[in-house]
Design a protein around this ligand. Structure first.
Ligand code: NDP
Length: 435
């Protein structure tokens, strides 16, 4: 911790993993003797650079940007880019560290990385976002490549930003390469990539419920966030007959007692992806819904909770409220949305819980499938990609269950995901010597 002082999110992510891996290593001395866990906590490389750009008024602006290349033992670095004013080294190191385990779980050959900038796309024109992305890629291009590091989107980086960055990479290198995932369908993107993280979360939740003798149909669900992951979590919940009743953004949450149906979801997508408006507008259109300013969605009486916004958005007092209100499962769509204290309470109460590194791995898994399609230069159909995604989520679940089953009635997915993700990377590191 002293070496990484001030990096609270990174330390939190490492501690969660270490609590599981240190006891595991005691029974597996080959990993302990080779100091694998300690090595995994040190990024292979971090690049920090400035991004100069000019806004629409002609003012010169500067942002700070990063790429954390955490671990390449099992494949090229892979992980998203985040554009948000809160971005700093601690947050990106935590995300990159988590990504190593997550990518290992997908069964595909991908190392872990993460990057981004403290640039805030909110309130910026398309032209400003384009100039920023071009300047950002002008430096990042020196450090990435199809066999080196393949970034994707994350908070604040969607199809628009990926398009601008891909265009700039192509100009700089004069090569049409699968160097980014989450691309548009017209230029090498994969069907289902947009939906993949949210769909995957619900496929995973469904497996967990089945393993505990339950089903998803008819369950009332709280979802936080209203971005990519939240939208497609809601969509798949609707496909499987569940009833989502909340959605949120950084200003507050909507509670809709009638449930968010297909039509209301279409409204949310247009509001967030096209008009880039605030979620409070939902309650202006749908009068049965209430907008609760500055309050998390975890106050609603629900069966299942899906935190899909950002890190540490689900604190212990909210978990207590969820459990008191009868909630039986928490499935992370975001990365590390549940605080450490809250996870301890959930596990103590034996509530079903899945860490993001397992339940949100469908996004990066489908990015891996996009890389495969780019390499073989043949796009797969929607059905093909969706069925591969589903298979991957089922196999991640099996792998987590293998290491995490506590007894006949409970599986500890935190333990299961951390050990299953660790073993593959650790074995690869051992085989490659002291690297
Ligand atoms: P988006 O940018 O599409 O949406 C993010 C949502 O979270 C928005 O509703 C945003 O509200 C809200 N949010 C962001 N920061 C905060 C904050 N500090 N407080 C409250 N609300 C906030 O991002 P994604 O949906 O892509 O990502 C959401 C989460 O899922 C992140 O943790 C990401 O790392 C994780 N994830 C994403 C994957 C993907 O494929 N996209 C894959 C795996 C994980 P507002 O608009 O007001 O900022």
């Amino acid at each position: 911790a002293a070496k990484n002082s001030g990096e609270s999110e990174f330390i939190q992510a490492v501690r969660e993993v270490a609590e599981v891996i240190i006891p595991f290593n005691e029974n597996h001395p080959k990993y302990k003797e080779a100091n694998i866990l300690e090595r995994m906590c040190e990024p292979e490389r971090v690049v920090i650079f400035r991004v100069p750009w000019v806004d629409d008024k002609g003012t010169f602006r500067i942002n700070r940007a990063f790429r954390v290349q955490m671990n390449s033992a099992i494949g090229p670095y892979k992980g998203g880019l985040r554009f948000h004013p809160t971005v700093n080294l601690s947050i990106l190191k935590f995300l990159a560290f988590e990504q190593v385990f997550k990518n290992s779980l997908t069964t595909l050959s991908m190392g872990g990385g993460k990057g981004g900038s403290d640039f805030d796309p909110k309130g910026k024109s398309d032209a400003e976002v384009m100039r920023f992305c071009q300047s950002f890629m002008t430096e990042l291009a020196k450090h990435i490549g199809g066999f080196t590091d393949v970034p994707a989107g994350d908070i604040g980086v969607g199809g628009r930003e990926i398009g601008y960055m891909f265009g700039q990479y192509k100009r700089l290198r004069n090569e049409f390469a699968g160097v980014l995932t989450g691309k548009g369908l017209a230029y090498g993107g994969s069907l289902i990539r947009t939906e993949a993280t949210g769909y995957g979360v619900v496929y995973f939740a469904n497996e967990v419920l089945k393993a505990h003798g339950q089903g998803i149909t008819g369950k009332i669900c709280a979802v936080s966030g209203s971005g990519n992951v939240a939208q497609y979590t809601i969509e798949k919940l609707l496909h499987l007959g569940a009833k989502p009743v909340t959605v949120s953004d950084s200003e507050g949450h909507i509670y809709d007692p009638d449930g968010i149906d297909e039509e209301k979801l279409a409204f949310i997508k247009a509001l967030k992806n096209e008009r880039r408006g605030r979620i409070s507008e939902y309650a202006e259109v749908y009068k049965e819904a209430i907008f609760n300013k500055g309050i998390t969605p975890w106050h609603a009486k629900v069966d299942l909770a899906f935190p899909c916004a950002t890190q540490n958005e689900l604190p212990v007092e909210d978990v207590r409220m969820l459990i008191d209100n009868g909630c039986i499962g928490v499935f992370e769509g975001a990365n590390m949305p549940t605080t450490e204290e809250a996870i301890h309470l959930i596990r103590e109460k034996r509530v079903m819980f899945t860490p993001g590194k397992a339940s949100n791995a469908g996004g990066v898994a489908t990015s891996g499938l996009e890389m495969t399609q780019n390499s073989i230069r043949i796009p797969w159909t929607r059905e093909e990609v969706d069925s591969k995604l589903k298979e991957i989520m089922i196999s991640i679940h099996e792998n987590c269950e293998k290491y995490g089953r506590v007894d006949d009635t409970y599986v500890d997915y935190v333990k299961g995901a951390n050990i299953a993700g660790y073993v593959k990377v650790a074995d690869a590191m051992l085989a490659q010597g002291h690297v």
